[in-house]
Design a binder for this molecule. Structure first.
Ligand code: FES
Ligand code: FE2
Length: 444
């Protein structure tokens, strides 16, 4: 449970808010490179931390992320003409480059030097691994980009699944670090006899109330959820929260699986989730089945059908099953033996519960239990970091330590009595290959 004041402190991300200031210390995924693939192509409306911005790619292929309202008299630069190395406002023709400099002011007399005095707000951008990263913070020279393994791989080796979440970012993050919901929301209808003996899923559905170990780390927090496995072994699901809005879920084989999920706040009531995962390849380098694709009615695909993108501020990557149609839930399916919620697609199941908490959930109303240990820990870490920045100007974790993001998460069987932190350290390191794990799949 949180006081209404602390809840506000954690959830609000607009300019000048304490959490907004914290987020602005970091590089932030703004959009995908594929959303505006070519020089001089159509600009894109991007809502980020409560700010309306226009993304455009100039004639040289450089990326700009500029304020929506033209500095002259406020017309939207979304309607701008994107050509000749800049975006030109269609109202009076003022043109801005990717740095926000006014490079042409054709409605002013030629002797006027006013254009040199006008600058639009434009945030620096870097493209890496299919994402456009931006820095919206106060430093003249931005900090280094976080060293996120999946974002450093060649684009053909990874899968990025973006999807709009219609609620506050913290609800989306808390859904990601909440391991005990998997045995209900996602696999509540899966019985041990439906799964293959010895698989991770088998142990998950055999014991739906895991015990938790939670620790602070330099990048945020880590949990291990553990339950009995085959005789002499314990099944551990190890996952991370990384400042300010990343999660690494415990899916996949620890040491082989490479994933990072970013829950990027668009404003206080909308979040863009980017699931980034390395493709699983066979010995010949061919992609093999991902958990994303699903196996059966009881283990549906994670990837959801999407509506076509629109140019609206919230028109990007909208799932077809959403709040407006009750997530296409099927009561007959729910009554039957195959699907606990009656909602198809794993991500949709998550969205239904997260969004149904409300645009910003009032956490003074909740009753936290033992299974919420990770959520409690992460809130404490975030609150402490927000307060330290607000009161003492303390730079939050990870901003100047890109190397702390070099982590993996996943599932592993450890002998009873093993030290889960020490004995998994080598498997949790990014960029270390363990080929012997490649074909060990956590499938039903
Ligand atoms: S409002 Fe943009 S040039 Fe006048
Ligand atoms: Fe989930």
């Amino acid at each position: 449970m949180l006081s209404p004041e602390d809840n506000e402190l954690l959830c609000r991300v607009g300019p000048g808010t304490p959490m907004g200031n914290l987020m602005r210390q970091y590089w932030i995924p703004a959009l995908m490179s594929s959303e505006f693939p070519k020089p001089d192509c159509d600009p894109v409306r991007v809502m980020l931390l409560g700010e309306k911005l226009i993304a455009f790619r100039d004639s040289l292929g450089r990326v700009g992320l500029i304020q929506n309202h033209c500095p002259h008299r406020g017309a939207s630069l979304f309607f701008g003409r994107n050509s000749e190395c800049g975006i030109r406002c269609v109202y009076h023709g003022w043109q801005f480059d990717v740095h926000g400099n006014c490079i042409d002011m054709p409605n002013e007399p030629p002797e006027s030097d006013f254009k040199h005095k006008v600058k639009a707000k434009a945030y620096p951008c870097v493209e890496r691994g299919g994402l456009v990263w931006t820095y919206m913070g106060p430093r003249e020279t931005p900090p280094p980009l976080p060293d996120i393994e999946v974002n450093q791989l060649p684009e053909e080796e990874i899968l990025i699944l973006p999807s709009l979440v219609e609620c506050n970012w913290l609800q989306a993050l808390e859904g990601e670090i909440d391991t005990s919901h998997a045995g209900f929301l996602h696999f509540g209808s899966m019985m041990p006899e439906d799964t293959q003996e010895g698989t991770f899923l088998h142990y998950t559905v055999k014991d739906r109330a895991p015990r938790y170990a939670v620790v602070d780390t330099e990048y945020g927090a880590m949990y291990g959820a553990y339950r009995p496995a085959k005789p002499g072994y314990v099944y551990w699901r190890i996952a991370n929260f990384l400042f300010p809005f990343y999660a690494q879920p415990p899916e996949g084989v620890l040491g082989y699986h490479v994933q990072m999920d970013a829950l990027v706040p668009m404003d206080d009531y909308h979040t863009m989730a980017y699931i980034m995962v390395r493709k699983h390849l066979d010995e010949n380098g061919k992609p093999i089945r991902l958990p994303m694709q699903g196996w059966s009615d009881k283990y549906p695909p994670i990837q959801v059908p999407m509506l076509p993108n629109t140019t609206d501020w919230f028109g990007r990557f909208r799932p077809a099953a959403n709040a407006s149609n009750d997530y296409m839930m099927d009561r007959e399916l729910q009554r039957g033996p195959d699907n606990y919620s009656g909602i198809r697609y794993l991500i949709t199941q998550d969205r239904a519960v997260q969004e149904s908490e409300g645009p910003i959930y009032d956490r003074s109303q909740e009753r936290l239990a033992v299974s919420d240990a990770m959520i409690i820990r992460v809130r404490r870490r975030l609150l402490a970091a927000v307060r330290a920045l607000m009161e003492n100007g303390t730079v939050p974790p990870g901003v100047d330590q890109p190397e702390v993001y070099r982590n993996r998460s996943g599932s592993v069987l450890l002998p009873e009595g093993a030290d889960w932190i020490r004995d998994t350290a080598y498997l949790r390191q990014a960029y270390v290959e363990h080929p012997e794990l490649a074909l060990q799949q956590p499938q039903p």
